[in-house]
Design a protein around this ligand. Structure first.
Ligand SMILES: [Zn+2]
Length: 461
């Protein structure tokens, strides 16, 4: 569904699938040229993989399963006419445009509208709480897919004959078939997570057997606007945490304890609360120690609490007509992985863009420079969205910031990147500054997520 509505804008052609993605004309090339698609020897190649640069001229190059017959020639000529018009830009990566909105920028609102159009049998009003922007939109999408039973659970993969029936056990308990309802509701590990959350609020619940009903009946036990948001977000955060744990066990043969899963739920909540713009006074450590402080702002008094609101330098919004990046890098020596993450916010704290990407393995200082570089690169590539707003970049690496702001110096292996930063920061009046780690939680989290990613993730909100 998302893929049907996104169009790729060709840059270097390396992220766009030639036959499957929508990038030329109004339908994917495999639908427009079905005969050629069946003949092509590399049906899942990227646009870039079907040609090469001959000096400054791009030459297309295809390999076919057999020689063309007369009726193939017409299709081939039509395809050639179409692709001959393509203008590559080898300097920038391909970007994706969300077609239902005229700006091309993905918005959850237009997404849910499209969803509503395509799923007439679902009562959309019951699910509007999902689309409040309380959590990153990809997790809103994830929740929506989970509720619709559209996630690729093992039961589904068996049904599609992708894995054999003997491999269908739940990765968490190892006992039952991994259906969506088992994984998210009935599995003892998942159930203990739900019960822990309900216990915090003194609740017990007879769980419905279907995730859709769990969501519909997921009503906050206390009044209060802030707590209502906490409650809505908690549904998605809990199922997301279950899904992440399931993937960790399947794909990395690692696992977290129940206590760690509980902490992850609270930490994710803390990270995403930051984006809501409420003056919530507690830091993540305080929330971990006493989760009931999430009742902040509701009339119900928090029992037995002696928590002082925190005073560490928190994230400060940019000026009215400005946008601010917070970027961070992560380096995991034992797995030899590095990654970067960043979040772009406006003066109201709204998320404008986030990225989370693996990078070649390198130490933390050069990696921090990569993070600053990516933020600037993304800003320059999407100048339409940014308009005339000024850009600043905050990093929690004093070294990286110092090198970017000086005329020389810095690790030799990233010199070309530092030079790119220096030149473009000067040319576009981009300020790069150092801030403490406490104000950089979101970027920190995105960088850590990047360690587990195979490819770049970038999303405009
Ligand atoms: Zn299970």
């Amino acid at each position: 569904m998302v893929l049907n509505k996104t169009r790729s804008q060709i840059g270097d052609g390396k992220n766009t699938l030639f036959w499957h993605d929508l990038w030329l004309g109004d339908s994917p090339l495999k639908t427009k040229f079905p005969k050629l698609f069946r003949l092509c020897l590399h049906p899942s190649g990227t646009v870039f993989s079907f040609g090469f640069w001959n000096g400054r001229k791009w030459e297309w190059s295809f390999h076919w399963a057999r020689e063309f017959r007369p009726h193939d020639i017409t299709e081939w000529n039509n395809l050639l006419t179409l692709i001959d018009r393509v203008n590559f830009n080898p300097e920038i990566p391909d970007s994706f445009i969300w077609t239902p909105h005229k700006s091309g920028v993905f918005s959850v609102k237009s997404f849910s509208f499209e969803m509503a159009k395509s799923l007439s049998n679902i009562h959309i009003a019951s699910f509007k709480g999902l689309w409040k922007g309380l959590i990153p939109h990809r997790i809103e999408l994830f929740s929506w897919f989970a509720i619709l039973g559209k996630l690729n659970t093992k039961a589904k993969l068996i049904h599609l004959r992708i894995i054999p029936p003997v491999e269908g056990q739940c990765a968490l308990c190892g006992c039952n078939m991994e259906t969506s309802n088992h994984l998210f509701i009935q599995c003892p590990i998942s159930r203990s997570l739900w019960c822990w959350w309900l216990n915090i609020w003194g609740l017990q619940w007879v769980f419905p057997s279907d995730l859709r009903d769990v969501f519909i009946q997921w009503l906050p036990p206390h009044k209060g606007a802030f707590f209502k948001k906490i409650w809505l977000a908690s549904f998605s955060i809990i199922i997301w945490t279950i899904w992440k744990e399931r993937n960790l066990r399947i794909f990395q043969q690692k696992s977290e304890t129940i206590h760690q899963l509980q902490n992850l739920v609270l930490l994710r909540m803390c990270w995403w609360i930051k984006g809501w713009g409420d003056p919530f006074p507690y830091n993540p450590n305080e929330v971990l120690r006493n989760p009931t402080c999430l009742q902040w702002g509701s009339s119900k008094k928090t029992p037995g609490l002696s928590i002082t609101p925190y005073t560490i330098a928190d994230w400060a919004p940019p000026a009215e007509n400005a946008l601010k990046w917070n970027v961070d890098a992560s380096y995991h020596p034992s797995s030899r992985k590095s990654a970067i993450g960043g979040v772009l916010r406006d003066s109201k704290g709204n998320f404008i863009c986030v990225f989370s990407s693996p990078i070649p393995c390198m130490e933390i200082n050069p990696a921090e420079i990569y993070a600053i570089h990516r933020a600037i690169q993304v800003s320059l590539n999407c100048s339409n969205t940014i308009g005339n707003r000024t850009i600043s970049v905050e990093s929690d690496s004093a070294n990286a910031v110092k090198w970017c702001n000086e005329k020389s110096g810095g690790p030799w292996n990233v010199h070309f990147i530092i030079n790119f930063i220096r030149n473009n920061a000067a040319a576009h009046n981009i300020e790069i500054s150092h801030k403490s780690r406490a104000s950089n939680m979101v970027a920190d989290c995105l960088a850590k997520q990047g360690l587990n990613r195979e490819d770049d993730f970038i999303a405009w909100m």
